[in-house]
Design a protein. Structure first.
Length: 458
């Protein structure tokens, strides 16, 4: 009856009925019509598109939209989304004569408040068919499938404008279910989706061959970097106070306020690619996102760096908040920006070496160029245990050298607890410096000055 006709009829004995019309309202029911006073409500079916061998293109498209919605709200994971799309596509292509089993759904798509709200919509619409007039029978009978209890018993009848009959049905539900709370599973799915979104965004910026830099994109990239330095974590209060709602899509929402979480990185063919991760908010497995793993305290020990952070209003710690940057942003933007900014500070304030920004055409090929020279500098914020072979990176670096027509480049890591030796390419064009600051001895690596002075007039 949800999509049926209205069932009112002229009352044979209107004097026996109850008039619920407010006396302030115009009496439109001049014919004395009333509603039937009983209805049976069955559990609605096919709320989500059925996937079988009769699936057509219209149904397939509808199912894709339904799956995308469930993914966006964290009900299913990216992996489950891909599995279901594949299963639906197989059914779409299958002929009616196919006898093989094409697979059943791997996940229950109906266990969600959004789906329950959709059920409630049909129930409200059906009850509305017996609530069209102001003349009511003394007793109204609503018979309902017991399966509806768990679907509507938590419907918020106080903050939604609904019929009194529906309110009574909700209140009489035999199976009282606690208000649905977002589970850790939901937060993990949302975190994975957010990480992939941010990965795609970063790739659009750094894939020069497909995108290319211009002034507008450089400014957007710089804002992204600044956001990470100022707000590695952020609270709902800061979001509202600073009007930063637009950046929420770039952050992982935590089940409870915190300043860290863990993730596991799936294998990838590309170095430093954090697209496919498994986020974990409960265990300590895998890698950690925190100020400790960013080695923020070690960086702040460098003379003058703390003052730099205060001046720039950059976060000197990860505060316990509701939102935190995802793994791909932590590793590919936040840590990289830390290395670049602190490396520049050490060069200019401690070594007296002035650095120049690169032109828009060569933006992000390397970090900086030493002023009045053709020597470039690229700062890194790597762990000492990071397995990056010099030979593996040399080919990529040489392509960059050729593009900017540089004489030489210094690849410089910021932190180390050991006095590792400088590594050079055979022609001396690539110089890898293992550290600028020894966090064990609390000393700067002044030996780099000798290397630079050899090739630049400083």
């Amino acid at each position: 009856m949800g999509a049926g006709q209205n069932l009112q009829f002229i009352a044979p004995n209107p004097q026996n009925l109850i008039n619920v019309r407010s006396k302030k309202l115009f009496n439109w029911n001049t014919k004395g019509k009333t509603d039937i006073n009983a209805i049976y409500l069955d559990k609605p079916t096919h709320i989500i598109q059925q996937i079988n061998k009769d699936l057509n293109e219209e149904g397939f498209i509808k199912y894709l939209f339904q799956l995308e919605f469930l993914t966006q709200v964290g009900i299913i994971s990216i992996h489950q989304l891909n599995t279901e799309v594949t299963r639906a596509f197989k059914h779409l292509l299958a002929s009616f004569n196919t006898k093989g089993d094409l697979g059943k759904p791997k996940v229950n798509l109906y266990q969600d408040d959004n789906i329950k709200q959709h059920y409630a919509k049909y129930i409200i619409q059906a009850i509305g068919r017996i609530c069209r007039t102001n003349l009511k029978a003394p007793n109204i009978y609503i018979y309902a499938d017991k399966e509806l209890d768990k679907l509507i018993c938590n419907f918020d009848t106080e903050n939604n404008l609904v019929l009194n009959e529906f309110k009574t049905l909700v209140n009489s539900s035999k199976q009282q279910i606690k208000m649905h709370q977002q589970t850790d599973f939901t937060f993990k799915n949302l975190a994975t989706t957010t990480n992939k979104k941010v990965h795609s965004l970063i790739q659009k910026f750094i894939s020069n061959e497909d995108w290319g830099w211009n002034e507008k994109r450089v400014k957007e990239w710089e804002k992204l970097r600044e956001m990470c330095l100022r707000f590695p974590t952020i609270s709902e209060q800061d979001i509202n106070t600073l009007n930063l709602n637009r950046i929420l899509d770039l952050y992982v929402e935590l089940p409870n306020p915190s300043n860290k979480y863990h993730y596991e990185l799936k294998k990838s063919d590309f170095f430093n690619d954090f697209k496919n991760v498994i986020v974990d908010f409960k265990s300590n497995n895998g890698s950690e996102i925190s100020s400790e793993t960013a080695r923020l305290n070690e960086l702040l020990e460098i003379d003058g760096v703390k003052d730099l952070f205060n001046e720039k209003k950059w976060a000197k710690s990860f505060k316990s908040n509701k939102y935190i940057i995802p793994p791909v942003m932590f590793n590919n933007i936040y840590k990289g920006t830390l290395g670049e900014e602190i490396g520049k500070f050490i060069f200019e304030k401690h070594f007296g070496i002035q650095l120049e920004e690169l032109s828009t055409e060569n933006y992000e090929i390397f970090d900086f160029k030493i002023k009045d020279s053709n020597i470039y500098v690229d700062f890194k914020h790597w762990k000492e245990t990071t397995e990056i072979g010099f030979e593996n990176q040399e080919l990529k670096i040489r392509k960059k050298l050729e593009k900017v027509q540089a004489d030489k480049v210094f690849i410089i890591n910021i932190l180390s607890t050991n006095n590792w030796q400088i590594v050079k390419s055979t022609d001396g064009k690539i110089v890898e410096v293992p550290f600028l600051w020894n966090s064990e001895t609390k000393e700067l690596n002044h030996s780099i000055l000798k290397e630079i002075n050899t090739y630049a007039s400083l």
